[in-house]
Design a protein around this ligand. Structure first.
Ligand SMILES: Nc1ncnc2c1ncn2[C@@H]1O[C@H](COP(=O)(O)OP(=O)(O)OP(=O)(O)O)[C@@H](O)[C@H]1O
Ligand SMILES: [Mg+2]
Length: 248
């Protein structure tokens, strides 16, 4: 039986007057995978995620998410996903619990369902002791955990994370990854943009994006083997140099 991808892009392209931010992207992500989109600043990662979340229309090409076209069926796409933006909107004056209540209201999660889900998320992230702390007083890692919990209150089938551990210390990053593995076990598919190559190595598959183009896409092991490299950093530095030498 052929497994259908839950995310598929065909020639996905986005131009902003003069700049081609995403250039002919062909990508497939399968159910239950964690896929890492890696690339330097300005490579087009956020623009790609925003199109896949139906927040920005492509200039050319198409994409389907959870079987729905991101332009024609944007509401169904939005209903199926969770999107943790690069600068996720937490209310810093509100407590952890109040932020979660706000997003619970926004997503229509109420009553006993809300109590059960917030309880589960707080346990999973080990944030129970901090429910009455204001978001503005949380550490960087805890802020990101709170943003993730708020995103998960939407009960997404597919989770889009834009550099979720940026600026977070290594120990908190490990905690964050433990949560992601738990989510994968629960059957959620994850597409994350990251600038950390050690983090990319933990993904099932990785796409390297450079100047809007996907220039490599494979499992981390396969990428390293084919480039005879000992880590992804070596693969990526070399691949980007080659692409630049070709004028890509
Ligand atoms: N709304 C916009 N208007 C004009 N140009 C834009 C807009 N959004 C993005 N761009 C440009 O598109 C390119 C890709 O930007 P994007 O934010 O997708 O990159 P990124 O890979 O997420 O970078 P970073 O790692 O810095 O977050 C950049 O050149 C950026 O300046
Ligand atoms: Mg970005």
């Amino acid at each position: 039986m052929r497994i259908e991808p839950v995310i598929r892009t065909q020639n996905l392209t986005r131009r902003f007057d003069g700049v081609t931010a995403v250039d002919g992207l062909n990508l497939e992500v399968y159910p239950g995978e964690i896929f890492g989109l890696v690339g330097p600043d300005g490579a087009g990662k956020t623009t790609t995620l925003r199109m896949l979340c139906s927040l920005l229309d492509p200039t050319e090409g198409t994409a389907t998410v959870a079987g729905h076209d991101v332009v024609q069926e944007s509401q169904q796409v939005k209903d199926s996903i969770g999107y943790m933006a690069q600068r996720f909107g937490l209310y810093l004056d509100l407590t952890v619990q109040e932020n979660m209540d706000f997003y619970g209201d926004l997503f229509g999660i109420v009553g006993s369902e809300r109590v059960a889900l917030t309880g589960k998320l707080l346990r999973m992230t080990r944030m129970e002791p901090f429910t009455s702390r204001r978001a503005g007083q949380l550490s960087g890692g805890m802020k990101q955990k709170l943003a993730l919990m708020c995103t998960l209150l939407h009960r997404p089938q597919i989770l889009f994370l834009d550099e979720p551990t940026n600026g977070v210390d290594p120990v908190s990053r490990r905690d964050f990854w433990a949560i992601l593995y738990q989510l994968l076990k629960d059957g959620i598919t994850i597409l994350m943009a990251t600038a950390y190559l050690d983090e990319a190595e933990r993904c099932n598959r990785v796409g390297l994006i450079h100047r809007g183009k996907l220039i490599r896409c494979d499992a981390p092991d396969a990428l390293m083997r084919s480039a005879d490299a000992s880590d992804l950093e070596e693969v990526f530095v070399r691949t980007i140099r080659e692409a630049e030498a070709r004028g890509a």
